[in-house]
Design a protein around this ligand. Structure first.
Ligand code: HEM
Length: 480
């Protein structure tokens, strides 16, 4: 080999390496001298701390950084964005009380690109958001919710008979997904064709598993699969929406009360109807917000009931008193659900220990100060459930499953936040309460359960889930 080349190759490698090390040192120096922003780490170039978050899962990721940097706020870099994590009840309070003043809602681009027809998003936000808010609030207000109780109960009964009762062993998570997704399809789109629902659900899972990930779009990545699944999903929804619009034009659809029917009729001030793509965006938004959160909640409630037989017995006692007060075949009423007080405390304790939503994003509308640090305009903020739900200051012996914490005045303000708080608090909270309690009623009436893998791990996708889907053995109760 030419000695000049033999010398220059290693020299080139050494020079390049030195340059990279110097550059990353300078970047670190620059960010550490930026003393006013919260303490924290920006992680690796480009990927930031995504890998750390993926390996540790949100609870450990957050705990470590609170211990190392600050119990109030720390900075990081995730999903290609500079981000501040707000911690503790003070952090939750600050976010919930400064909505639309210092902060506004924000979603990662990966989420909107995967789920929505992005070409109508701007139009959507200006014109459709208020219309959607009305449609959503219409179906989630108490008068509407009261009408859902019997539909939810009859669907839960059918679900128990067809998907649980025939089997000795089942996986809880896929079944609870089927229950909450079928309910959402029925109540939002009046769709109860099981095959159609199953097809949409399959694509939905591909989409939700990849939507909060690094936006690396090449074959094999979760994001790439989610983009493809999203296209199929939107195509399927557009067909349903177009068929329903045709039915409406031909005056075939007169009595439907679902959200889609309302969206097909609603007009803006200029008398303009929503386009099919805008309606698709809004229906997808509702489905995403409603089905996986509730199915994960149900999955963990069953996990905790299996692990705590004495609590299971008390839930069954409460539910059997209600069941025995009914005529054979009579469906549950709103008043029956209102009696399920102990069961709801059990559900809330489960939501404390295994919250389906880990928190939510915001964007800083302006520079502002929090806990002595500057949050620059445009930075993203994440409020989160983990910093209070497991803190012994707010929940003594936090690892213990203890529904009595919710008796009396309950937890301290801003410490129990599975549904968020303030103006953006989950508008589906009451809907979720109904579908969860009605499921619990039908489940404990029929079965006791045992976990098949006591050491099953929890993994984090868009929500936490038992790694194997929570396989259980079902022990049916004798029918009276
Ligand atoms: C156990 C079940 C559920 C949990 C734990 C949950 C939790 C949450 C959380 C944490 C947020 C974010 C709040 C924020 O941005 O600060 C949220 C937003 C939302 N949820 Fe839920 N949710 C559940 C069920 C539902 C259901 C059943 C529906 C619909 C029927 C629903 C509809 C929504 C909507 C539309 C938003 C967005 C609100 C906005 O941005 O203004 N959720 N939910």
């Amino acid at each position: 080999m030419d000695p000049a080349v033999a010398f220059s190759l290693p020299a080139l490698v050494v020079l390049t390496l030195s340059f990279v090390i110097l550059l990353s040192y300078l970047i670190r120096r620059i960010s550490s001298t930026d003393a006013k922003t919260p303490p924290g780490s920006s992680g690796w170039p480009i990927v930031g701390e995504n890998v750390h978050l993926g390996i540790l899962g949100p609870p450990k990721f957050i705990k470590k950084r609170m211990e190392k940097f600050s119990p109030y706020v720390f900075k990081t870099s995730l999903l290609g964005e500079k981000m501040a994590f707000f911690c503790g009840p003070q952090g939750n309070k600050f976010v919930f009380t400064n909505e639309n003043k210092l902060l506004t809602s924000w979603w990662p681009k990966s989420v909107t690109k995967v789920l929505l027809f992005t070409e109508v998003i701007d139009e959507n936000q200006k014109v459709v958001a208020p219309l959607l808010a009305n449609s959503v609030h219409d179906i989630l207000k108490p008068e509407a919710l009261k009408q859902y109780v019997s539909t939810m109960d009859s669907m839960a009964r059918h679900h128990m008979e067809t998907d649980w009762a025939p089997y000795d062993e089942v996986k809880v998570h896929p079944l609870s997904q089927k229950y909450t997704f079928s309910l959402s399809c029925k109540l939002f789109m009046d769709e109860d064709d099981n095959d159609k629902v199953a097809k949409v659900l399959k694509n939905f899972n591909i989409v939700t598993n990849g939507m909060i990930s690094l936006p690396l779009d090449f074959p094999g990545t979760a994001y790439n699969r989610a983009i493809k699944g999203g296209k199929v999903l939107r195509g399927g929804l557009l067909k349903i929406i177009a068929t329903r619009r045709k039915e409406l034009m031909e005056n075939k659809e007169t009595t439907r009360q679902d959200v889609l029917s309302k969206m097909l009729l609603v007009t803006n001030e200029d008398g303009k109807l929503m386009s099919e793509k805008e309606i698709s965006n809004n229906i997808i938004g509702l489905l995403v917000a409603s089905y996986e959160t509730s199915s994960v909640a149900i999955t963990f409630i069953l996990k905790h009931l299996a692990e705590n037989p004495h609590i299971y017995d008390q839930v069954r006692k409460e539910q059997m008193e209600i069941a025995e007060s009914k005529q054979p075949g009579e469906l549950l009423s709103w008043e029956d659900v209102e009696k399920m007080k102990y069961s709801w405390n059990v559900a809330r304790e489960s939501l404390r220990l295994a919250p389906p939503g880990q928190g939510a994003f915001r964007e800083a509308l302006t520079d502002f100060t929090y806990a002595g640090f500057t949050i620059p305009k445009g930075w993203k903020i994440f409020w989160n459930v983990n910093t209070t739900h497991n803190d012994p200051k707010y929940f003594p012996n936090p690892e213990k499953f203890n529904p009595s914490r919710f008796e009396g005045s309950g937890p301290a303000p801003y410490s129990f936040v599975p549904f968020g708080g303030g103006p953006r608090m989950c508008p589906g909270k009451e809907y979720a309460r109904l579908e969860i309690l009605i499921f619990m009623h039908n489940f404990v009436k029929n079965f006791k359960l045992e976990k098949l893998n006591p050491k099953e791990k929890i993994v984090y996708r868009s929500t936490p889930v038992p790694a194997e889907g929570l396989p259980v053995r079902l022990n049916p109760h004798a029918k009276n």
